[in-house]
Design a protein around this ligand. Sequence first.
Ligand code: NAG
Ligand code: NAG
Ligand code: ZN
Length: 430
Amino acid sequence: MTSQIVLSFVLVFVYTVTAGNHDIYHGYSVHGVRLRDQADQIVLHKLEEDLNIDVWNHGAPELRDALVMVSQENKREFLATLDKNGMNHYLHLADVASSLKEYDTQVSSWKQSRTNRMPFEDYPRYAEVDAYMEKIAREYPNLVTLVNAGPSFEGRAVKYLKISTTNFADPSKPVYFIDSTMHAREWVIVPFALYTIHRLVENLRDQDRDLLENIDWIIMPMVNPDGYEYSHTDARLWRRTRSFNATISTECWGVDANRNFDINFNTLGVSSNPCSDIYPGHEAFSELEARYIRDVILENIDRMQLYLNVHSFGNYVVFGYGNTSLPQNVVQLHQVGAAMGAAIDAKKLDKAPFYLIGNSNLLMYECSGSSQDYAQAVGVPFSYTLEMAGYEYDFRVPPQYINQINTETWEGIVASARLANLYYRARSRS
Ligand SMILES: *[C@@H]1O[C@H](CO)[C@@H](O)[C@H](O)[C@H]1NC(C)=O
Ligand SMILES: *[C@@H]1O[C@H](CO)[C@@H](O)[C@H](O)[C@H]1NC(C)=O
Ligand SMILES: [Zn+2]
């Protein structure tokens, strides 16, 4: 073959990979829904179970609109149900497929506009995330330990970093555990997780020394690497893992890892349809990826003071339980969550909504089997789900916003770490 033929081969391949993969969203649209009260939320939730609609943002009554993606075939019934219940709605996105194509163009021109960007200034693929973690561990051996929790369903290593000035041996220090990218399509979390590592290790500033002196950190940037890669190669809006079980379904793969934990498993906010985005799996901890998080929590339970399960988007900090029951320390739990939200708000762009803080069920929606609830129930005093900012871009955050979102969200990490550390000092004295 001449090199010209090889080149055109390559071009055809690149073209089909980048341009062909949004056709599955042809005819899909996204609708904003105004919520007046909890009854409206229940209507939406019922639609989620019956029609298999895709809820992008659950919204909060009187405060924040829900965003829902529907297929062409379900659209009429969806809108009719809203109308029947007197719920106001509007078109947010007319054509998901073409908007995702446009988004691809933005992301690739960002990548091409500069070659030496750090992985936390971009949307890095799994291999780049992995290389960054390896590099940090190699360059800071006295501070950082790289751990391979095990393989994902498709065999990618799920890794995390332990960051400690005392090699995790000082029992007087609390542990702060951050995991991210449980849901594949929430891309902006990936640079944020790496940015957090960067600020703690490569770029620790004088005013932040206490964060390392007083606290041990565990950061798992990519819980669900199979889903994340799939969202790059095949289905941009993929949320779940990529596990396959022919007994359950040959058509639909994957489980919502955030319904798969052994806490009130398969009771609330789940769907038994294996094609649903809130399918919890056939049993608790059927997913390897969920088991790795469980193992990190249980291994460090004596000192784990704060667990943060990071998602995007919507500007929320929520805590357990997903069945409306409040943990005993709810006042402190709310205070630390509010400190996190307020610190982010102080740095956000004006156009972003203020963070909402509260119980995940009372504020947003009922759910069971979440990692947030699991960590709370097994004894982590401060367990949260963070829904980072998406600005007005939902999952399609333009790369130009990554730096803003990284730096504002970092402030929330810092504020919550300091306050949770104070409570840890009080706990160890009592
Ligand atoms: C597949 O699903 C079936 C039925 O729910 C279950 O009994 C079986 O253990 C699953 N297989 C694996 C490998 O998880
Ligand atoms: C909600 O879940 C928590 C944690 O499992 C449990 O302690 C509580 O009793 C449950 N509340 C209700 C109303 O079921
Ligand atoms: Zn999520």
